[in-house]
Design a protein around this ligand. Structure first.
Ligand code: HPA
Ligand code: ZN
Length: 332
């Protein structure tokens, strides 16, 4: 089965590019850019990656992102992730980036997006990997700040397929961002949001009914409401679940407690993703392998999860059908 997991062509729909910054590149960029980081050795870094919840991770994740300064840095960051896509047989990826994490440090929106975009173009030329870019608003900041960021993004509209919402969930409900999501929708952006990672189902309802999102990032708390579960099933709203992330951030005590198999068996449109793989002990295949080893996923489950990802992606229909055909070769 591990062989099947590795061979299956896959899509990834929930990946923060800043969360793919491996310690080795962090050290290299810190040295090059003369930025201080709170670690002396790679071992120190690995020891620091012990999290108790989402916030304890975010503090370290934002500190790591400080080493990213030039367009070339964003290119290198993205290119390293692309090489992992090749290893993991990811043929389509939709990546998040957090512009405010960089513009607040004086790094321009253009520097960030042009570095990411150029690496993704090269990934397509060299490996045939297709991709989309989704810009996330930091929910611990104000809606005003998000509106300013959206205005900047309008200059790069052709490079950004959609907007999302990430960072500290508790205390920062989707309702705080109604206006900016409405404006993003009017400008033709697709809409997604992190909801129900740590916070309860009210946040998922708000994301659906106030922000009108097309995919829920995480959404694992849905299981607490029968009514919501039925709605997610009826409407087949995609959930981009990130198993390793949920374990590392203590959303579930251990892998055996993870609810993805229950969500899948109930008929929800769930997908598997790596979230911040440099911080959460593994890329996409490792997430699938951990699920398989702990939750007794069948071959049908694995193929269904992979098909769900392609079906829930923002790829145009013809290419989507081509990709799904490739996955179907592994059925039966
Ligand atoms: N949740 C919220 N914000 C994030 C995450 C996450 O899992 N990863 C990076 N930013
Ligand atoms: Zn995330």
């Amino acid at each position: 089965m591990i062989d099947l997991i590795e061979k299956l062509p896959k899509a990834e729909l929930h990946l923060h590019i800043e969360g793919s910054l491996e310690p080795e590149l962090m050290f290299k960029l810190a040295k090059k850019n003369n930025i201080e980081i709170p670690y002396k050795t790679i071992d120190d870094v690995k020891k620091a990656y012990e999290f108790s919840n989402l916030q304890s991770f975010l503090d370290i994740y934002y500190a790591g992102a400080n080493v990213l300064i030039s367009k070339e840095d964003f290119y290198d960051l993205t290119w390293e992730y692309i090489l992992k896509c090749v290893d993991n047989n990811i043929i389509h990826t939709e990546i998040f980036f957090d512009p405010q994490t960089h513009t607040s440090r004086g790094v321009s929106f253009e520097t960030v997006i042009s570095g990411i975009k150029e690496a993704l173009e090269d990934a397509n030329k060299k490996f045939g990997i297709t991709s989309q870019i989704i810009m996330c608003f930091l929910r611990h900041l104000s809606q005003e700040d998000a509106l300013k960021t959206l205005d900047e993004a309008l200059n790069f509209k052709d490079d950004i397929i959609g907007v999302g919402l990430d960072s500290s969930e508790l205390g920062n409900p989707p309702s705080k961002f109604e206006k900016v999501f409405k404006k993003a929708q009017e400008n033709g952006f697709k809409l997604v949001a992190h909801a129900g990672e740590e916070a309860d189902v009210l946040y998922i309802y708000e994301a659906l009914d106030l922000l009108h999102i097309q995919r829920i990032d995480h959404g694992v708390q849905s299981i607490k409401s029968d009514e919501l579960m039925q709605r997610l099933k009826d409407e087949q709203i995609p959930l981009t679940v990130c198993p390793n992330s949920n374990i590392e951030l203590k959303v579930f005590e251990n892998y055996k407690e993870h609810n993805i198999k229950k969500l899948l068996d109930f008929g929800l449109n769930v997908t598997v993703n790596s979230d911040d793989p440099a911080y959460f002990k593994g890329y996409l295949n490792q997430n699938f392998i951990n699920l398989y080893e702990n939750l007794e996923l069948s071959k049908e489950d694995i193929v269904k999860l992979v098909k769900n990802s392609f079906n829930s992606s923002f790829i145009e229909d013809e290419l989507k059908q081509k990709y799904i055909k490739e996955v179907k070769l592994y059925e039966g």
